[in-house]
Design a protein around this ligand. Sequence first.
Ligand code: BES
Ligand code: ZN
Length: 961
Amino acid sequence: MMLTMIPNGIVSVKVASRMVSKPLLTSKWTSSLRRIGLKPQTRTLHQWKSQQPVNTVNNNNSLRRFNWNPTLTRPLMTATNHSCAKCNRDPEKLKAIMSREILPRNVTPLHYDLQVEPNFETFKFDGVNTIELKVNDESIDDISVNSIDIDFHSASLGGVDATSIKTDKESQVTVLSFPKGTVKNQLKENESVKVTVKFTGILNDTMAGFYRAKYQDKATGKTKYMATTQMEPTDARRAFPCFDEPNLKATFTITLVSTPELTHLSNMDVNKEIVRGGKKFTTFNPTPKMSTYLVAFIVADLKYVENKDFRIPVRVYATPGEEHLGQYAADLTAKTLAFFEKSFGIKYPLPKMDNVAIHEFSAGAMENWGLVTYRVVDLLLDKENSTLDRVQRVAEVVQHELAHQWFGNLVTMDWWEGLWLNEGFATWMSWYSCNEFEPEWKVWEQYVTDTLQSALSLDALRSSHPIEVPVKRADEINQIFDAISYSKGASLLRMISVWLGEDVFIKGVSQYLQKFKYGNAKTEDLWDALAAASGKDVTGVMNIWTKKVGFPVISVKENGNEITFTQNRYFSTGDVKPEEDQTLYPVFLALKSKEGVNTSLELKDRSMTVKLDDADFFKVNGEQAGIYITSYSDERWKKLSQQAELLSVEDRTGLVADVKALSTSGYTSTTNFLELVSNWRGEKSFVVWEQILNSISSMKTTWIFEPKPVTDALNAFARDLVSKKSNELGWDFTKDDDFATQRLKVTLFGAACAAREPHVEKAAIEMFEKYSAGDKNAIPALIKPIVFNAIARVGGKDNYEKIFSMYKNPVSTDEKLSALRTLGRFKELELLERTLSYLFDGTVLNQDIYIPMQGMRAHKEGVQALWNWVQKNWDELAKRLPAGLSMLGSVVVIATSGFTSLDAKKQIKQFFDTKSTKGFDQSLAQSLDTITSKAQWVNKDRDVVISYLREHGYYKDQVII
Ligand code: BES
Ligand code: ZN
């Protein structure tokens, strides 16, 4: 899955094997809002921050309605002339639209003719860009385009040179001014005008725009570079001056220039290739109408593998020596394109599909139309040497990016606040196709433990934000690539698809694609299409879910056979205030009883009572398709814990997740959680086990700073839970095991190791010893990361050296990543410091910096060492991970959210009070909320938990001599 929980309930986008990229969100900040006359409902992303203004240094900037730069002739960006009927009826929406920082609409782009030539010595590139423009206001003499770090040499319009070219760095806009009347004169002879700019840009090393990705050549070991692009969301303007907004679609003809031996790739197929003066010029065919954030081009030494099963060529490119690892993805690409074409009834419109493995990459993958780019580990697969998670991750990433070819590329969100239409759909669709190809993976069951929990844990924070949140500027846009857009978005689609039925849902969705292809759409357009296909009031039900933040907890009160359901906003901190509890969500109760599931019950008001014929067994949120948590009485929890056989995998998974969440927030006692999972130790489904073990692991990391007898007792509890089953299942992996058995074995082996179950730990250590003595088959690939972890728990310099040498000379990229993460798991301070020193000395690539950090977050010594290091090295970190990239936000979350006390929270706040938090203020607010939630959980149930552990014989009272 894309979003994964870092233990403790922090959600973050999983990049690579990873949980990186963009943790998330927001704070509330009502007083500033009132100052500018906005009501809280119209909060922009920045204003959706947590209660505490984390840092007010740049918050003031974020409230500016538009940038006014006195050196330029007009306000750079403001949403002028917006007059659609829908928005005129909704003044809040109109206000949000008017505050967007966008280019003036006096011209609109029709076509770009772009030539780019990278220079691998100077790390710059030269460009010539001719943009054909439709003129909407003939009287203009200035043309505004987006650009950053671009050095303009000239600009001309129909042969007339610009009189001035001025760039405003803050707003990333360049104004090209022409002699009075130039535009008007041009229009006398032509329907459109053409502006040509010549420029030089920087082939940067920050993984944004047109950048250089460093790698070691397999054959010679020499350092080499690929020149490649990453434009989303707003970095096309680093590669070429453009109208960098998703609804300013145009066509593109791209020409690449380099020495002849390098491969040239772009969105389209080659139109012509010539070699002149020792240089190769490749011109690609014009693209269909598309947004700038989807433009891609690559100049590099590449080889490929191919699959010919689909209508058009499907290839996977990699640097020489690695291309054979692309076959799995090539085969999957061909199958997936065919499947989506058939499902939507719309052909993939481009003449080819290339996937490329990029050596340095900030996200996991990027859906550029016809030229999808990936982190190496998310595309190239050595199946025999990989974990199941890795195989599933590659499959998911490939299918996700291919789903975008329709959702995002063909039909694009009108503006970034509709990002969920891209990411929520791509996430849901990747499961839909995966379910078709790999039914054994039970992806819809895994959805409950994975995507749904990611969505709920972020949305349970005060600092969450609605799915559709107004965003204005680049640094805000980056921060909404989060669990709300991806996981809550996908969960909403799951809810709708169950409500309407999958067939009706897909029918509505394909009508929506058909209607808006090559254009842009808004959330309302999707609801209209689904309403038309189903005849149901989709808009009425769904608007609340996209426009309002949060989700409810449904409290169930029983009076004999009469059951009363009451909804309230849910916070994991358990401290919702009446003014935060105003939204009434439309909730499908999906009440499961012995007679089946009653799908007609909808809770629209605060409360509702129903009468059951037989209340011996019932469960709310049947199959766990709704976005909410259900709270039962202690007696009902007991009863449900004995009725496992009446519940589906999704139900059991949901109950475990719910009771754990309710324990955190104080709706129920943690003993109900401990009892339930204790009763389910005979569970057969790997999905339910994963939820049980994730929940326990989250509890352990919340209790991480508690005294040793308590943490030992929790470990003893976990050990007792998994010991029998893990020893029974064993750790031999034969080809005869089906997927579910393999998963279960891996999960239990990992949990038993984490709980230091002696047999299992011994087995892990023996495997490692044989492996490092040269027996390359000693550790089954599926459990290698677990074995490495076990070794870090044992600790010691010798073991560290062995893991380090595996990082330097791995048998697979999967091993490399596991080793790197393990380097953070050692607890000895000296070793932790050594790991930290590798983050800056070139041993660890910037793209991977969070991986050893994640290892550190798993133990208290690491949590403290990492935070000390981050404070000491803050300036350098901020320099290496520019705020715009959003990786800094991930680092901040990983480095701070491991703490569990209000005191630590205060210190973290103090540290950031003096820093600019631009680009990661949401992540920080989220992290602080998470600490609050953990602190409250431990404070509330510290004694209850000790009593439970003591009563059940897990807590050994210390003997005082
Ligand atoms: N469109 C995103 C890539 C992206 C993310 C660009 C953030 C700019 C900022 C892409 O489709 C994506 O979502 N990639 C995921 C993988 C996927 C399986 C969820 C990623 O990068 O992890
Ligand atoms: Zn995506």
